[in-house]
Design a protein around this ligand. Structure first.
Ligand SMILES: [Zn+2]
Ligand SMILES: [Zn+2]
Length: 346
């Protein structure tokens, strides 16, 4: 089968590999119908994910059809259409039992697919701990609608959940890349009083204005002034930092009102400064980290009910055989790209 492979730093290649086999009783084999390219794939390519193992098949955002299951897999059966979770988790350890699946203690726990074990930019993928890692896609939800459920939409949903948003809140979201927009969609579902999105790129700002006219979009240069002028208590009630650029961490806490929650979803390239003397008395609550992707069934229900629709994010489609070109467009942000759907062989 074709599998897009991490060869060495700076080089991915479409290679011929054997179809994976069931290795343990809790594995499932999934035929990938659609996959996508994530910024984290580029981090692997650029050598900034030291855990990534050369030779593995990349890709951790995908949906497909179950082909085969190990004997302990009970949540799905061959023929089921499924969304694959970016995180592998056992469901039994201390962290899993508390819903903190990102820190699952299993050797395969956390982000394994497409990083430490073979992922889904391929014709088939082996999914360990399939009872936890696969969610059946409801009838009436298309593969394209479900494509982001296991990764960037799970991230937006988790970020929204831990941000404790109420109907009275003004919520500031910094960054309108793919994960920022997924976060926006989940925040909109919570229907807070006002949502402000801060985005530097004119193209992405236009995308948000066109698709979500209820949202107020500001440029980083005017963000602090605008947020402070338009919030009742000296800043946003909730700030969600999804940009991860040099000055967005500072912007996030500066735009927060006293006693606000600041949720940091972004992954930074460099350490950030937490100037506690400047913040003293503001009594902020910071929440940070990587997605606990354990809400995929609920997200699929929201999609089925028409509450969340990520299909406008799919701006390009390519067959797996042309994934090289898809990467070129995604990596260089050409042609207004937001997300690309890679189609498996029919
Ligand atoms: Zn990702
Ligand atoms: Zn676990």
């Amino acid at each position: 089968m074709l599998a897009y492979t991490y060869v060495e730093k700076g080089r991915f290649e479409l290679r011929e590999k054997p179809v994976p086999c069931i290795e343990t009783s809790h594995d499932a084999l999934v035929r990938v119908t659609l996959s996508s390219i994530c910024t984290s794939d580029l981090h692997i390519k650029h050598g900034s994910v030291p855990r990534a193992v050369p030779g593995i098949t990349v890709g951790h955002e995908m949906v497909g059809v179950v082909e085969q299951v190990g004997e302990e897999v009970t949540s799905v059966k061959p023929g089921d259409r499924v969304a694959v979770n970016v995180e592998t988790f056992c469901g039994e350890c201390f962290f899993c039992r508390h819903g903190y699946v990102n820190n699952c203690e299993d050797p395969d726990g956390g982000w394994a697919l497409g990083c430490r074990i073979d992922g889904g930019q391929a014709e088939y993928v082996r999914v360990p701990h399939a009872n936890q890692g696969l969610s059946r896609i409801p009838d009436g939800v298309t593969d394209e609608q479900a494509l982001f459920v296991g990764d960037i939409l799970a991230t937006g949903f988790w970020a929204t959940r831990i941000s404790e948003i109420t109907p009275d809140d003004t919520v500031l979201i910094i960054g309108a890349g793919p994960t920022g927009i997924c976060t926006l969609l989940c925040v909109r579902w919570k229907r807070p009083r006002r949502i402000i999105v801060c985005e530097k790129s004119e193209e992405r700002a236009r995308f948000v204005r066109e698709h979500y006219p209820d949202v107020w979009v500001v440029h980083p240069d005017e963000c602090k002034e605008a947020v402070l002028a338009h919030s009742a208590h000296g800043g946003a009630d909730v700030v969600m930092e999804v940009a991860g650029t040099d000055d967005t961490f500072r912007l996030a806490w500066e735009c927060a009102r006293p006693n606000a929650i600041v949720t940091v979803v972004a992954l930074y390239d460099a350490p950030q400064i937490l100037p506690l003397p400047e913040m003293y008395g503001k009594n902020l609550t910071f929440k940070t980290g990587g997605v606990d992707g354990c809400d995929c069934d609920e997200i699929l229900r929201l999609i089925a009910g028409g509450e969340i629709d990520t299909t406008p994010l799919i701006t390009h489609r390519f067959p797996l055989g042309e994934i090289e070109e898809a990467y070129r467009i995604f990596e260089n942000r050409l042609d207004g790209v937001i997300k690309i759907a890679i189609e498996g062989p029919k």
